[in-house]
Structures are given as C-alpha cells and as structure tokens.
Ligand binder design. Structure first.
Ligand code: GLA
Length: 781
C-alpha cells in the first residue's frame, strides 16, 4: 500500500509486517522518518525526528534562516555532496560549469502502473511510487522509485537521473538507494569468500567510520556478494530485528555502511563508483539498478523468506516461476576434457537407470578444446569427440529418455582460437600492452555492438543445433586491462557498466528467442551469484566446491539472500576434488538435496552399493522436490556455532516439512539431541527418517566382530562385500502433535557408542547426516 498524506506531506508505504515513512520537509528535501515493524500513520512526524535547534559547532547549516538544519545530521532519502552532508552521497555529479554541488528538492509524485525499465534486470511490478526531485538551480531531475510488495514485505528502490540542462554532466557516483537511520548498535552481516569457498557468513560490530563491501572484478564477485544485513546484536535466526539489502545487478558494486560522529547510520548500495564515470548528455537519462530492501522483527530466517518469496514470485523468468527443476548429471568432474561420445553415452545410460532426468554436456565439446588453453570463441563441435555433432548426441541422449543440456562460455575468447585471429580487437585488450590472462583466456568486449550481435547469432546457432532444453552459461575469469577498442574516449570509464548492460542485451534477446531453455548461470561456480543473472537464469551453479562440509557453509550463506530454487548443488564422487575430504555418499545427497539437485561423477563406474543408494536418493528427491526447491527454509543451527547444522523446509500449507540434520565431527558418547520443530499447523504428525545406506567400511575392523567369518580390512573379500552390501540406517518412526514438536522437541535416537548397534541406534560418523520427514496425518492413518 502506498499513501500520501497531503497535510504533512508524508508518504506511508506499508507491507503486511512493515512500514516505511518519509516526508517532504520544510526545505523541500525528502526526509526519511522510519523503516521497521508496522506502525500507524503519523500525524506528529516532528516528534520522531532528530532535529537540532542551533547550529552545531563547525557544522554547516543549510541556509541562513534555519541555523539548526544541518544536512549532516538529517535523515534523508537522497543525498548529494556540497551543502553540508559529509556522509557518502547517493549521487555525485559534475555540472557543465565544473561545480559539483546539486541540491534536490521535491517537485511532484505519481503512481506508475506496471513500470518496466528497458534492457535491465528488475522485479515485476504493479504499482510504483515515483517521487520527482529537482535541483534548486538547474534542470536536473532525480526520480526516486519505490515499489511495495505487501506479502513479501519488500520495498524495491532505484533512481533515474534526468539531464534537461543544455550541456552534458558527468556522473561520478550514482547509487541505487540509501537508508538513513539512527544507529542502535547494529551489527553487519555480509557474505565473503573466494573461488570454492563462496558466500561464507561473517558478522561484525560496527563503529564510527565507513565499512565498505564492493567488487572491482567486473562481476558481482565471489569475494563480496552484493548484499548485506543490519541486525540488532541479539537478533538470531528466529527472533529480533534485521534489515536486508540486495541488488539486482551483476557488475561492480559498492555498499557503504557509515556511522558519523552523532550516530547517524547511513547504508547504501549501487554501481561501484570506483573506475566509473558516465557522461550524461543533455536530454538523456541514467537508470540505476534496482535494490531490494526488506525488514523483519522475526529474525534472519524470516528475513531470508522475504527475499526468497520476492525472487521466486517476481524476479525469475515467468516461464520458470514455481516450475520444478530437473535432476541432472553433468560430466565435468566425471571426465573433465577427456571424453568421447561413447563415454558420455555410458554415463547418460546409467543416469537414466538411476532416475536422472537431464544430461548436461560440459566444457570440451567444441573445436580443439582438450584443455583450457584454447578454442573459447569457436563454438563448433569437435568431430572426434562428437562425430554426429551436438544434434547427434542430443538425439541419442533424448533416445535414452533424458533431456539434453549444454555448457557454453560465450563472453570469453582464447588467443588460441579462430575468433581471436579473425577479430583481435574484439577482446578486452589495450593496444601496446600485454593483457593479463585468467585461466589462459581473455574476455570479449561486450560494449561493442558487433560483438554482441555476433554472440547472439552464434549462440542462437548452438542453441538450435539440437534438442537443447538447458544451458549452463559460464564466465570463468575477472576483468583486467579494462579498455574498449571501439568506445569513444569519454565513455571509457563507463566500461564496466556498459559491459554489463551489453551482457543484459544479449541475455534479453537469447532468453526471448529460446524461452523454453532453462539457463543456469555459472562463473567458476559462484563468482556471479546475483539477482541480475537470476532475472534471466532461474538457477545458479553455487560453487565449484562440492564437498559437503564446505557446501553446508556456502549454501547457508547463500540462502541468506537467495532461495533454494536458485541454489544448484551436485553430488560428486568420493573424495571431494576440491577438499580431498571423504564424506558419506548419503551426506553428499542430503546436503545437495536442499536446492536444485544434480550429480557430477562417473556414473558408469558405480558399484552396486552406490547404484542402489543413488536410486533411492533420486526417488526421495522426486517425491519431495517441491518442498526442497520451493519450501520455506528455516535455519535452526549452524556448524559455524555448534556441531550441527539443522535446517527445516516447510510447505506453504504448513502441514509437511523436512529436517536436514548435518554433523561436523562425530561426538563420542554424546548427550541426547533434540530439535524444536515450529511453524506447523495444529494437528498430529508422523515423523520418519529417510532410509539411508551405510557402507560397512564405516565400521572399520569392527566388522569382524559382527560377521561369522573373519575378513581382512581393505582386503578383496571385504571390498567385494562393501561394494554390494547395503547396511540400512536406523528405523525412526514417531507420532507427535505439532505442539509436542514445538514444546517438547523431537528427540533423536542416541548415537553409536561402541557397545552395540540396533535399529534404534544412529551410526553417525564425521560429516554424517539425516533427513527427517514430518507430515500431518489424520488420526487412524
Ligand atoms: C567452471 C565451472 C565448472 C566447469 C568448468 C569447465 O569452472 O564452474 O563447473 O563447467 O568451468 O571449464
């Protein structure tokens, strides 16, 4: 709901649980009043504003007549530099006369229906409040947009700068939104990482000064994700106040969290102003990416739920909204570059037998691509590996009963390629300077229209060359040697932004030409895990790290802002190719199943044990796919703080949920564990565990104490048995009411302590895990 109160010139935005209040103050500035838990409309705004009566020492007053009005100590919706506000501004521009002071005051407002910005990723909207501000001197306008999503408790914001002056202006900074408030000793939660350890949660106290998170890599980056949360010190997963911010953008971003001398807290986010300068011609406009803002007084899980619902409902492509995603097998970790058609078909055949639904042919299928030194840019099939081409293999895969998908990395080129030889100026490179390489490759200059047209046509040819229903779109290096050989001088410093807009133009065209294709975004795993990509590609390859322990941390962090339906996870082989860690096959599945599931190992080499276990996993996933991809996630505990990560995913009706119980280290003779299960409809529930299989190797030489014959540990006979014998996990089955689950907790079986084992004992080694299924029953069921 969006309301305007003429009396006191205030805007009141309301969602189911939150209120956002701003007003036009006596000087014409758009002041911020409040954002947080729902409150009534205000008739007494002044009572809530921190206002000084007199000028404060060395501060600058806005004008002669009101000495106490200092912009540095005012809560504002938009800010510029030059009139006494010394905090990081929303906007910083240079006017044709060389001055940098602008002062925006309220001019008008309107409600816009179905607002859509061309060629930009964004949330689908119904009603948007647009407040137009104008510089006090010049014909320079700033539109401030606010779209309210009531059920999701979200406010989407961005801005448009319109230059109606005679000359062009230079934009040095144009952020998407700022949020001013008085600091209540908030903490900052952010997602940091690197390749194969993306989006780990880190929480910090704030202090005076500016804390900045950003990316200068050319993509939204695996080092800092474009999101942050401000939370009360004692806010936990299930209770307390927190504010969440994300950005619908895939390029360089910055977010500043700043506390000034008098505890005014300003946070903002938008395009990174580092290495950015945009010339805005007369009669032209500049649109900033959309920012997603949310608040919860119910803790972090509820805050995430707000983000998740918005993304699932209003950001991912409509064609895939609520649509269950296929279980796929990807050949990358199974074969790397070393494959031929026979090998691929053997994997696909086994995949079909296991219940897998789609085969994705990864890197190495084109030109002379037998390692990562060559061929990016030459998107024609390798005749040795694929004698009948992409079309041929896609038909063969379809014939086996699987859908077919393919890997591409269109934004890249190797020096060792026909494309580079033909069009050397299409790569990002500064003439006369040797370019820095990443994974031996260079990046194509997407600011160049010719390159964009070429990529649209080339990819259209690839995507039409077989029955392709899924594309993994990769991007494996950061940008360096930033320069375009075709952009005019005054546009060079807008390169990063123009590159991303170029990418969006390509994706806009390809996703509308191929609306049936499910795109999965990838950038060496999660180097571009953001909502800009999600607008075109419903899911993202979360990380090249598939080790379950690491994945628990990565998926936990990722889920802070992004829904399970976006988080693509694979069960890979033993041992993890990244961590060289052994984790049980069932744990690899349990962790991967919370999101979009795939397998990435050589299925043609599995033993009977693995085959049966995986068949069972896939059947379970299919039965609960909707819950695992679209259910409401609650993070109950984390291995960051305790020995267990426990997650609950619940259906919309609140009649069914799954619990993931993941253990870090095996505890010897531990105390009993119980889990508080909340959020279910009143009634009676049946609780069971997913049947899992253990490899008897887990028991080491204890096996000789239970078998009638003595076997050599790691000997041929034991190995033969281990590869075939399916040792069933305990049999957990209870019936409890929702209030018992909530108040008395779900008590787990005790774990194996070395003295005996039966169907009521849980064998839980290091990185052991379980999934519990809880479903409402009618009495008598
Ligand atoms: C990246 C991806 C991997 C795989 C390789 C292929 O690293 O993240 O999944 O596709 O590229 O080169």
């Amino acid at each position: 709901m969006i309301k305007f109160n003429k009396e006191n010139q205030s805007f009141y935005l309301e969602t189911n649980n939150t209120s956002y209040i701003m007003y036009v103050n006596e000087h014409g500035h758009l002041g911020h009043v409040y954002y947080g838990s729902k409150v009534e409309e205000l008739n007494n705004i002044e009572d809530f504003l921190p206002t000084y009566q007199f000028e404060n020492g060395t501060s600058v007053s806005y004008d002669e007549s009101s000495k106490g009005y200092m912009l540095n100590y005012t809560l504002l919706e938009s800010s510029t530099y030059g009139k006494g506000d010394y905090r990081t501004p929303l906007l910083h521009v240079e006017l044709p006369d060389g001055s940098r002071t602008v002062d925006f005051i309220y001019q008008s407002h309107e409600i816009i229906e179905n607002l859509h910005f061309d060629k930009m990723p964004q949330a689908r909207k119904t009603e948007t409040l647009c407040i137009t501000l104008k510089d006090t001197v010049h014909e320079l306008y700033l539109n401030m947009y606010y779209t309210v999503y009531e059920t999701e408790n979200i406010i989407i914001r961005n801005t448009k700068l319109i230059n109606k002056m005679e000359g062009s202006i230079i934009i040095d900074k144009a952020l998407s939104m700022q949020l001013d408030m008085l600091n209540k000793d908030y903490q900052l939660l952010k997602l940091n990482g690197a390749w194969i350890r993306e989006r780990n949660i880190s929480i910090h106290d704030l202090s005076k000064g500016i804390f900045k998170i950003d990316s200068k890599q050319g993509n939204s980056s695996n080092t800092s994700n474009p999101m942050f949360i401000l939370k009360d010190k004692n806010t936990s997963e299930q209770s307390g106040d927190c504010y969440g911010v994300t950005l619908i953008y895939s390029g360089n971003f910055e977010a500043n969290i700043e506390i000034n001398s008098h505890n005014f807290l300003r946070s903002n986010i938008g395009i990174n102003s580092f290495d950015f300068r945009y010339t805005l011609e007369s009669n032209d406009e500049f649109i900033t990416p959309e920012c997603v803002l949310t608040f919860s007084n119910q803790g972090l899980s509820a805050l995430s739920e707000n983000f998740h619902s918005l993304i699932n409902e209003h950001i991912i492509p409509l064609n895939f909204k609520g649509k269950e995603r296929p279980i796929l097998v990807n050949n990358w970790e199974a074969t790397y570059f070393d494959f031929n058609q026979k090998k691929l078909l053997a994997i696909a055949k086994k995949a079909k037998q296991l219940g897998i639904e789609l085969f994705c042919l990864d890197d190495g299928w084109f030109s002379r691509r037998n390692d990562d030194f060559s061929s990016l840019g030459d998107w024609y099939y390798n005749k040795k590996k694929l004698p009948s081409g992409v079309e041929g293999i896609s038909k063969k895969i379809n014939k086996l009963g699987l859908d077919f998908g393919i890997w591409v990395e269109p934004e890249m080129v190797n020096k060792e390629s026909d494309l580079y030889k033909e069009h050397p100026t299409w790569a990002i490179e500064i003439p006369g300077r040797t370019p820095a390489l990443g994974r031996n490759q260079m990046i194509l200059d997407l600011t160049n229209q010719e390159v964009r047209d070429y990529l649209i046509e080339t990819m259209s040819t690839v995507f039409s060359s077989g029955n392709i229903s899924y594309v993994k779109w990769d991007m494996n290096r950061n940008i360096s040697d930033v320069f375009s050989q075709t952009l005019p001088l005054h546009k060079q410093k807008a390169f990063h932004h123009l590159f991303i807009l170029g990418l969006y133009e390509i994706l806009e065209e390809l996703t509308s030409r191929f609306p049936h294709i499910l795109f999965e975004s990838c950038a060496s795993g999660g180097n571009r895990f953001d909502l800009g990509m999600a607008y075109y590609m419903p899911q993202t390859w979360t990380s090249d790290d598939t080790d379950s322990y690491e994945r628990m941390l990565i998926q936990e962090g990722t889920s802070m802002a992004y829904p399970l339906s976006m988080i693509s996870n694979h069960v890979s082989g033993d041992r993890s190719h990244q961590a060289l860690r052994h984790t049980p096959l069932e744990t690899r599945f349990n962790v991967a199943s919370f999101g979009v599931l795939g397998y990435e190992l050589d299925l043609s080499k599995l033993h009977k044990f693995d085959i049966e276990a995986i068949k069972n996993q896939i059947a379970f996933y299919k039965e609960h796919r909707n819950l695992l991809q679209f259910g409401t996630l609650k993070r109950l505990t984390s291995i960051r703080e305790t020995n267990h990560t426990i997650w609950q995913v619940t259906n919309k009706e609140k009649t069914e949920c799954l619990i993931l119980y993941f253990q870090d280290k095996a505890l010897v003779n531990p105390a009993f564990e119980s889990i508080k299960i909340d959020g279910l409809q009143e009634g009676t529930y049946k609780i069971t565990n997913r049947t899992q299989y253990m490899n008897i190797r887990v028991t080491g030489d204890l096996v000789n104490h239970v078998l009638p014959v003595k076997l050599k540990v790691n000997g041929t006979a034991l190995n033969m048995i281990a590869n075939r014998y399916l040792m069933k996990s305990e049999d957990f089955s209870k019936t409890m009411t929702s209030s018992q689950l909530r108040n008395m907790n779900l008590l787990l079986f005790h774990t194996f302590t070395g003295t005996g084992q039966n169907e009521k004992t849980m064998i839980l080694p290091d990185y052991g895990s379980r999934i519990f299924h809880i479903k409402k029953i009618e009495i008598g069921d």
